[in-house]
Ligand binder design. Structure first.
Ligand code: SF4
Length: 574
């Protein structure tokens, strides 16, 4: 029998965890700064450095997912000639509409757009394409004195600790069987040891959870981290149907009254459109289902007239951080930093976060250069990043919108517009605007409390949408368009951490919300033969990595962990 392969160790100066815009911007700017520093005469040169970046997807951009409308201010700061360098803009925003829908055919278009919702001059983007563009430009760089290792297909499994400080990340093993035993192709994960580790895993990061458990980064935050969940389809449309850069937002129907969320339709280049729906995960509705809302939205005349004659070509889903200023954790600690969606850096008023994640990356890079020059990676030194971000225009933008999620999470109520206007005038203050400090999981109601019907399940409310083989998609049909693939011979990456009785109890009182909100139909309650009670079955290979189950499970019974070997969706246009 051949000996088990040993675990490798790699020493880095800076390790970035997550190939999203925040970490890529930090790495890009750090390369700029080191290059500029080393050109200065008479300074001690920075040489022999090694920067690494790991990304769980097999290719950069494969798991990147957002609406998205990009405020280009921080991208311009990072790369003033971004358009000349091939930035994949889908169109500059020119025409915008906001609708409040009242039924499957009714609604009003707002006559005037609130200024904070305006997007003129911003770029409609595919985050997947944008991330790929950033990674390609970084990969093509040659900076004397620095080696750059871009490592897609490597997920961080656990944080490495040395005497209470972060010392790097261990990547996930490959080649484990369904029971977690080594197969013949088993490869232990690598210990990536770094002088400083920058965490930008996106919303509900697996490693960020470990950081929180050990360091209590959220302890001083007035609010818990809160999220929304978005689903999106990319459509091919008849030529000339929708101008690239045209923007349509809506709220109200098809959600239940008082629920928060809304739909969007953006014109993309190449006669394509992004059609999506976002549901606030602080909903009390145990049967909230963003996928179903999206399917129903397609039948509304304002959307149907655009989509007629087209076809969906890609599908995806993801949780989105929405907490902003009040929910931001401590951003720096011994040996590490946290940035982007992983740190709740999203402006709830403008419904934007990519530009804030990019700005956080720029602030982090300035701090990292100083840290490398001073060989100082303690919390006090890295706090300069946190201070710089909070004092920057990005931090002030987040501060000014700190009450907005609390207002919008109550749905389109009559006073909402007034409160929103007031918060803009007062720089963020609103009477009663701060939301109750309750997690999204804790907000979920029983079916009795929400629908007045104890013990019901989704099917008791009547049939959902019927897939029509044309443009109404069932979840499994939609999943096919996401390109999702996992090696099914590996352990399930969705862990039930408590007693199976928790799921049975949830099924009885709340109708098992995970079987409804999951956009990929991963969860199903099944009653095995033999008279036993229903059990939760998990089709993990379908998982889109949206993290909603980890956030919204009312019993906090699901923990999402990264699967091995780059599995997951393969987004190209999302
Ligand atoms: Fe999202 Fe969880 Fe469903 Fe995966 S299993 S698609 S993370 S809700």
């Amino acid at each position: 029998m051949s000996p088990a392969p040993s675990r490798e160790e790699l020493a880095l100066d800076v390790l970035f965890v997550g190939g999203g815009p925040a970490c890529l911007a930090a790495l890009w700017r750090l390369l700029d700064l080191v290059e500029a520093h080393n050109r200065r005469p008479g300074v001690r040169k920075l040489e022999g450095l090694c920067f690494g970046l790991i990304e769980k997807a097999e290719g950069f951009g494969d798991h990147a997912f957002s609406g998205a409308i990009l405020d280009p201010s921080s991208l311009r700061e990072l790369c003033p000639d971004f358009l000349a360098r091939g930035f994949p803009s889908e169109g500059v925003v020119q025409a915008e509409e906001v609708w409040v829908l009242s039924s499957d055919h009714g609604g009003v278009k707002l006559p005037v757009l609130p200024t904070f919702l305006g997007n003129r001059g911003a770029h409609v983007v595919s985050l997947s394409r944008m991330v790929r563009w950033m990674a390609e430009l970084i990969g093509a760089r040659e900076v004397p004195g620095v080696e750059v290792l871009l490592l897609p297909g490597f997920a961080g499994q656990e944080v490495l600790w040395e005497g209470g400080r972060v010392a790097g990340v261990r990547t996930a093993d490959r080649g484990l069987d369904g029971e977690g035993r080594p197969r013949v192709d088993h490869q232990p994960g690598t210990d990536l040891k770094a002088r400083v580790t920058v965490f930008g895993e996106g919303p509900r990061g697996h490693l960020a959870r470990e950081l929180e458990a050990v360091l209590g980064l959220q302890a001083q935050s007035p609010h818990p981290q809160v999220f929304e969940m978005g689903v999106k389809e990319v459509w091919e449309l008849p030529e000339g149907r929708l101008l690239p850069g045209s923007v349509l937002h809506c709220t109200g129907w098809p959600q239940e009254e008082g629920e928060s969320g809304g739909g969007f339709l953006y014109g993309l280049s190449g006669n394509r459109a992004a059609l999506g729906f976002v549901v606030s995960l602080d909903t009390r509705d145990p049967f909230a289902d963003a996928h179903e809302c999206l399917q129903r939205l397609k039948g509304h005349p304002r959307f149907a007239e655009v989509l007629e004659g087209g076809r969906p070509v890609e599908y995806g889903a993801k949780a989105l951080a929405i907490g902003g200023w009040h929910a931001m954790p401590r951003l720096a600690f011994e040996g590490g930093m946290l940035l982007g969606d992983a740190a709740q850096m999203v402006d709830a008023a403008r419904l934007k976060g990519i530009h804030l994640g990019l700005k956080a990356g720029l602030c982090a890079a300035e701090c990292l250069l100083d840290a490398l020059l001073e060989d100082a990676f303690d919390e006090l030194s890295l706090q300069r990043y946190a201070e710089a971000f909070r004092m920057s225009w990005a931090g002030q933008e987040l501060r000014a919108s700190r009450g907005v999620h609390g207002i919008l999470s109550r749905g389109p109520e009559p006073m909402a517009a007034l409160k929103l206007g007031l918060s803009r005038v007062t720089g963020g203050w609103v009477p009663g605007g701060g939301r109750a400090p309750q997690s999204d999981a804790d907000r979920t109601s029983t079916t009795e409390a929400y629908y007045g019907k104890p013990g019901i399940h989704r099917c008791d409310l009547g049939p959902g949408v019927h897939p029509d083989g044309r443009w109404i998609l069932g979840k499994l049909d939609a999943l096919f368009l996401s390109g999702t693939r996992h090696d099914e011979r590996q352990p399930c990456h969705l862990h039930l951490v408590g007693d199976p009785g928790i799921c049975a109890q949830c099924h009885a009182t709340m109708g098992a919300p995970c079987t409804v909100f999951c956009p990929a139909q991963v969860y199903e309650m099944r009653s095995p033969s033999g008279g036993e009670g229903p059990r939760l079955e998990i089709a993990f290979a379908n998982c889109l990595h949206c993290k909603t189950c980890d956030i919204k499970c009312p019993g906090r019974n699901v923990i999402w962990t990264p699967p091995q070997g780059g599995g997951g969706p393969r987004y190209t246009l999302c």
